[in-house]
Design a binder for this molecule. Structure first.
Ligand SMILES: *Cc1c(COP(=O)(O)O)cnc(C)c1O
Length: 491
C-alpha cells in the first residue's frame, strides 16, 4: 500500500489521561523556607479546590508535546494551500493583523462618545468609500456580519424600495448554480423562489430569463463570476431585462476576488450586492468567524440602508439615526469592526494596482490548475474559467471512486480537500480555488498530488477508497454520525 504523508508528526496521539502516571509533575519547586500554612485555614475551605478525580499526571515535556502535536492537526492556511472553491481561502498578510491590534483600534469601544471615536469612525468611512469605489456603487453599509447576512440585508432593502413603490412583489429568481444561502435569504425575506436553469455553457439562459421576469419578480440573485468560475457574459442584458420590468439585480459578491480592479458591478447594471470581507479582503476565516458582509447599493436604495449612518458634521464624523426609511439595524453597533480594519489595511497596502494584480494572479493560478489537470479529470463546463475551476469525478466514478474519496486521499498528500459536491449542477463536483496567494511551487505540488491520485484510481481504486491513511481517524460513517450524533462524552 502506498501512503504518502507530508505531516512529519504522528497523528496517533494518545489522550493525556492515557499518558498519566501517578506522581509525575510538570513542575519542581524548592523546599519551603517559611512555615507551611493550611490552605483551607488561610483561604477558607470553600475557596480550596477539591482533588479532581483521575486528573492526568504528566511531565512538562509530555504536556507541551501533547498540545503542540494537537495544534499541528489543525490544517491552516499558515500550513499549506487550502483549495476550497467558493471560499477564497487566501493567506492573510500579517501586516493586517498588526494594524487591527493597534491599541486605539483594538480597544475602541462602541459606547465611546463620538468626539472620542473620530479615528474609528474615519476608518469606517474610508472602508465604505473604498468599497464603493471598488464595486462602482453609490453607498455601503458595514453592519452585516457575513455574506449570508449581507444577502438578507440586501433583499430587505429591495423589499423596502418596492414596498414604497406600492408592491413588494412575490418572487425572487435564482439560477441553479447558486449558493444555498441565496434561496434561504429569499425565503426568510418572505419571497417565493423560482429556479432558472443554466445554459449549456454554464451561464444564465437569457431567453429563459426573459420568459420568467414578470411583474411579480422582485429581483434576480446572481453570483458573478458564478459558482462554476464562469463570468456571466450577458450580465448587461440581464440587468436590462430586469429593469424593464421594474425588478432589481442582486449580485452575490462572494467571487469578487475575480473582479476587483478589473470590472465593477455598478458599471454592469447591479443594483445591490454584498462583499465577503473574510473572503476577498483577507480576513482569516474557516474557524467560524468573525466575518463581515458589507452591502453596496445604488442611490435609489440608499435611503433604506440600516441605521445609524455615518455622516459628516462640519469637521467631524457623527452618526445619523434619523433615517425615516431605514430598514433598521441588522447588527449591534456598527458591524465587526476588527474585520473592517483588516480590510482597510489590505486595501491600502495593495493600492489600486496591487488589488488589480491580486485579481490577475488569482485568475492565472486557477487557469494554470485547469490546464494541468484537464488531461486527468473531466471538465463539464468548458467555458473559460476565472478564479476557480470545477471538475467532475466522471472518469474516476467509472472505476468506483467518487469526489469525496479523492478529496480524502488528498489529505494523505498534505493538502486540505477541495470543495466536494458543490455546485450542485455538476454531478460529483471537485471545485478548486487556489487564490492569488499560492506560488508556483505550491501549485505544482498540489497538481502533482491530484495527478498521482488520478493514477492511483486507475491502478488501485480500492486503496484510494479507503483513504486517508495518515490521519488518526480514517473513514467515518457519516450517515450514522448525522443520524445518531453522540453529543455527550460518556467517559
Ligand atoms: C461564501 C458564500 C456565501 C455565504 O457567505 P458567508 O460569509 O459564509 O455567509 C454566499 N454565496 C457564495 C457564492 C459564497 O461562496
Amino acid at each position: 500500500m502506498i501512503t504518502k504523508v507530508r505531516n512529519h508528526l504522528s497523528p496517533n496521539e494518545s489522550l493525556l489521561f492515557e499518558r498519566s502516571s501517578p506522581g509525575k509533575k510538570a513542575y519542581q519547586l524548592p523546599d519551603l523556607d517559611v512555615p507551611p500554612v493550611d490552605a483551607a485555614e488561610a483561604l477558607g475551605a470553600e475557596n480550596v479546590r477539591a482533588e479532581i478525580e483521575g486528573f492526568p499526571e504528566v511531565s512538562e515535556v509530555e504536556a507541551i508535546r501533547h498540545f503542540t502535536r494537537l495544534s499541528t492537526w489543525n490544517y491552516a492556511i499558515d500550513y499549506g494551500m487550502y483549495p476550497l472553491g467558493s471560499c477564497t481561502m487566501k493567506y492573510n498578510p500579517r501586516i493586517n493583523e498588526l494594524v487591527a491590534r493597534i491599541e486605539g483600534l483594538a480597544w475602541a469601544h462602541p459606547y465611546q462618545p463620538e468626539a472620542l471615536a473620530q479615528g474609528s469612525m474615519e476608518v469606517m468611512a474610508r472602508v465604505e468609500s473604498a468599497l464603493a469605489e471598488i464595486t462602482g456603487m453609490d453607498a455601503v453599509t458595514l453592519q452585516p456580519a457575513a455574506g449570508a447576512h449581507g444577502e438578507l440585508t440586501g433583499i430587505l432593502l429591495v423589499r423596502a424600495l418596492l414596498q414604497q413603490r406600492g408592491n413588494p412583489r412575490k418572487k425572487i429568481l435564482i439560477p441553479d448554480s447558486a449558493h444555498g444561502t441565496n434561496p434561504a435569504t429569499a425565503a426568510i425575506a418572505g419571497y417565493a423562489i423560482e429556479n432558472i436553469k443554466s445554459s449549456e455553457t454554464g451561464v444564465l439562459d437569457v431567453s429563459a430569463l426573459e420568459r420568467l421576469v414578470t411583474d411579480d419578480v422582485a429581483a434576480l440573485m446572481v453570483t458573478n463570476p458564478n459558482t462554476l468560475g464562469v463570468f456571466e457574459e450577458n450580465i448587461n442584458r440581464v440587468a436590462e431585462i430586469l429593469h424593464a420590468k421594474g425588478a432589481m439585480l442582486y449580485m452575490d459578491g462572494a467571487n469578487m476576488n475575480a473582479l476587483v480592479g478589473i470590472a465593477r458591478p455598478g458599471d454592469f447594471g447591479v443594483d445591490v450586492m454584498h462583499l465577503n470581507l473574510h473572503k476577498t479582503f483577507s480576513t482569516p476565516h474557516g474557524g467560524g468567524g468573525p466575518g463581515a458582509g458589507p452591502v453596496a447599493v445604488k442611490k435609489v436604495l440608499e435611503p433604506f440602508l440600516p441605521a445609524p449612518r455615518l455622516k459628516r458634521s462640519g469637521e467631524k464624523w457623527a452618526y445619523d439615526y434619523d433615517r425615516e426609511h431605514s430598514i433598521g439595524r441588522v447588527k449591534a453597533f456598527y458591524g465587526n469592526f476588527g474585520v473592517l480594519v483588516r480590510a482597510l489595511a489590505y486595501i491600502l497596502a495593495h493600492g489600486g494596482p496591487g488589488l488589480r494584480n491580486a485579481t490577475v494572479d488569482a485568475v492565472l493560478n486557477a487557469v494554470y490548475i485547469r490546464k494541468k489537470l484537464e488531461p486527468f479529470f473531466d471538465l463539464p463546463y468548458a467555458s473559460p474559467n476565472m478564479h476557480e475551476v470545477v471538475f467532475s469525478d466522471e472518469r474516476q466514478a467509472k472505476l468506483g471512486v467518487r469526489t469525496g474519496e479523492i478529496a480524502k486521499r488528498l489529505i494523505d498528500y498534505g493538502f486540505h480537500p477541495y470543495t466536494v459536491s458543490f455546485p450542485l449542477i455538476v454531478h460529483g463536483a471537485m471545485m478548486i480555488e487556489p487564490t492569488e496567494t499560492e506560488g508556483k511551487m505550491e501549485l505544482d505540488q498540489f497538481i502533482d498530488a491530484m495527478i498521482s491520485i488520478a493514477h492511483e484510481v486507475e491502478t488501485d481504486p480500492q486503496m484510494v477508497k479507503n483513504a486517508p491513511y495518515g490521519t488518526r481517524t480514517s473513514k467515518v460513517d457519516e450517515v450514522t454520525a448525522a443520524r445518531k450524533p453522540i453529543l455527550r462524552w460518556k467517559g
